[in-house]
Write a protein that binds this ligand. Structure first.
Ligand SMILES: O=C(O)C1=C[C@@H](OP(=O)(O)O)[C@@H](O)[C@H](O)C1
Ligand SMILES: C=C(OP(=O)(O)O)C(=O)O
Length: 437
């Protein structure tokens, strides 16, 4: 039985068919923020209309942009070439990307803004961004504990910094680069391990010069302050992090064959697909093409006999949001899947290592927890559990997919959070033949 407070997936039927993944969440946030910072009109197609991005759209409006919804996924942003002080608190909801990038963007302007979010966002570390924005000259007032929302930012008169990343975080890099756009001097971010580069790519599309120097496994990104942005057209491809869920069902439910069209294939986002292929997945990518400055393709996943693997730690940044669904598929693999070097999972919407360990154990899967990782041993998956999701969309979707291939149904609590990144998830899965309700 479905209800507002839970959602259940039942095993039994194969999933077949072709679907489109919702628009990429990272690019959708960035299109709203850059569109609001720019002068003139930005037209976006394929925008993810998930709760996180809608919160960023409201924030962009509060900072002075005009935001219009023209149709499904089609939005127009008319920017004023800068931010003004908002009249009320900027509520970023559940979105780490939204709040961290907005803080970076706002820091460059002589304005004051208070940022807040839901209980999950209030528990996530903001110091990783605000410490560096503070070094550039922004100030933060914390109404509660320092480093945790809510926080009031006063920006303007920034000076460029050279920042060397200690964790591979695109949110930290992006916040610093967006602030650097309105700072005196050249801002640089050195990444010993590359993180997703959507901000750099989109800044260029809006007319900024962003220099990238390869440096061993990583790179150094440099941006001169004082560059204006000009509105442009943005086409948002399908989100690989969302495509992962129907594809995972295709791999683990017997008799299935699922195709997801138009999935972004930026190599800084496709670590999960590489890992599945190493596990023996029948995963094929067809029709590779360029759209909106990114390579995209149509991915087909067929039911496969998977084998456990050791996921290279260096791959973590390219699949950090995908470990929960990887763990769900690893539960059906022969042998052990080792996921280490993923301590960042503990500071996402929930402590995702703990939530996956608890959820998989409740479903009868053998799991070992480590401080910075976890190990899943595959085998028959009994299911027959109610899993606590701590309001985390990816924890919910991962266990619902697992339930489609388990021996007995799996229920998750608080399914409304799925709309954070994947509104329409239930209908999409059921349209393929799944039983989620
Ligand atoms: O920049 C982005 O759009 C994102 C970066 C990642 O976070 P970190 O930068 O904290 O690794 C990822 O987990 C998040 O879902 C989206
Ligand atoms: C971690 C995520 O998002 P954010 O950091 O934007 O809340 C996610 O979508 O899995």
């Amino acid at each position: 039985m479905s209800s507002a407070s839970n959602l259940t997936s039942k095993p039994g039927s194969a999933l077949t068919g072709t679907v489109r993944a919702p628009g990429d969440k990272s690019m959708s946030h960035r299109s709203m923020i850059l569109g609001a910072m720019a002068s003139g009109v930005t037209e976006v197609e394929g925008l993810l209309e998930g709760d996180d991005v809608l919160a960023t759209a409201r924030a962009a409006e509060a900072f002075g942009a005009t935001i219009e919804r023209l149709g499904d996924g089609k939005w127009r942003i008319t920017g004023q070439g800068g931010f003004q002080s908002p009249a009320s608190v900027i509520d970023c909801g559940n979105a780490g990307t939204g709040v961290r990038l907005l803080m970076g963007a706002a820091a460059g302007y002589p304005i004051t803004a208070t940022f807040d979010g839901d209980a999950s966002l209030r528990s996530r570390p903001m110091g990783r961004v605000t410490d560096h924005l503070g070094r550039m000259g922004a100030t933060f007032d914390w109404s509660g504990k320092a480093g945790l929302l809510p926080a009031t930012l006063t920006g303007g008169s920034l000076t460029a910094i050279d920042h060397v990343q200690t964790v591979a975080s695109a949110q930290v890099k992006s916040a610093i680069l967006l602030a650097g756009l309105n700072a005196e001097g050249v801002t640089s971010v050195t990444e010993p391990e590359k993180s997703r580069d959507h901000t750099e790519r989109m800044l260029r599309a809006f007319g900024a010069v962003v220099e990238v120097e390869e440096d061993g496994e990583g790179w150094i990104i440099r941006l001169k302050g004082g560059q204006p942005l000009t509105g442009t057209a943005v086409s948002v491809p399908g989100d690989p992090s969302s495509a992962a869920f129907p594809l995972a069902a295709g791999l683990i439910v017997p008799g299935s064959s699922v195709t997801v069209e138009g999935v972004m294939l930026n190599p800084l986002r496709t670590g999960l697909f590489d890992t599945w292929i190493e596990m023996g997945a029948d995963l094929t990518i067809a029709n590779r093409r360029i759209s909106g400055g990114e390579e995209i393709g149509d991915i087909t996943a067929r039911h496969s006999a998977l084998k456990g693997v050791v996921v290279p730690e260096a791959r973590a940044a390219s699949m950090i949001d995908e470990y929960p669904i990887l763990a769900a598929t690893a539960a059906f693999a022969e042998g052990v899947t080792v996921m280490r070097g993923v301590g960042e999972m503990r500071v996402k919407e929930s402590d995702r290592i703990k939530l996956m360990v608890d959820g998989l154990r409740a479903c009868g899967v053998a799991v070992e927890e480590e401080p910075e990782g976890f190990l899943v041993t595959g085998g028959p998956v009994p299911g027959a559990a109610t899993v606590h999701t701590a309001h985390d969309h990816r924890i919910a979707m991962s266990h619902l997919v697992l339930g489609l291939a388990a021996a007995a149904p799996v229920t998750v609590d608080e399914p409304d959070m799925i709309a954070t990144s994947f509104p329409g998830f239930v209908d999409l899965m059921n349209g393929l033949g799944g039983d989620v309700g």
